[in-house]
Design a binder for this molecule. Structure first.
Ligand SMILES: [Zn+2]
Length: 110
């Protein structure tokens, strides 16, 4: 597998918006690690980033101590948190410029 060592961040604006800033900096971090550790496997870097991102995401989705809280209702147990996480992963993947590849194997090809 051949990948360019550096990928472009899809979000280049410097609006300071926390959502865009977090996404941009994660890609910048991956590029920096790949640059500093030329021997590193890019899949290891991206798996590590994903692990850290999921760890942080789960931390932020811990429900508060009010069992009737409406805001926390969609993430009120581990199964619901995982379901919400899967939904976001699906959305983010399909929104990515790298979701489709020219080398994708066509389904049904013999
Ligand atoms: Zn709550």
């Amino acid at each position: 597998m051949v990948l360019s060592k550096q990928i472009k961040s899809e979000l280049q604006d410097d609006s300071g918006d926390a959502y865009d800033e977090a996404a941009r900096q994660v890609v910048d971090l991956a590029n920096r690690i790949a640059d500093e550790q030329q021997e590193a496997d890019l899949w290891d870097i991206s798996d590590g980033l994903l692990m850290g991102a999921i760890h942080y995401w789960l931390y932020t989705r811990q429900p508060c101590d009010d069992p009737m809280c409406e805001e926390c209702e969609p993430v009120s147990n581990p199964e619901q948190r995982l379901q919400e996480l899967h939904r976001l992963v699906d959305d983010f993947a399909k929104d990515s410029d790298y979701f489709q590849s020219a080398h994708d194997i066509k389904v049904g090809r013999a």
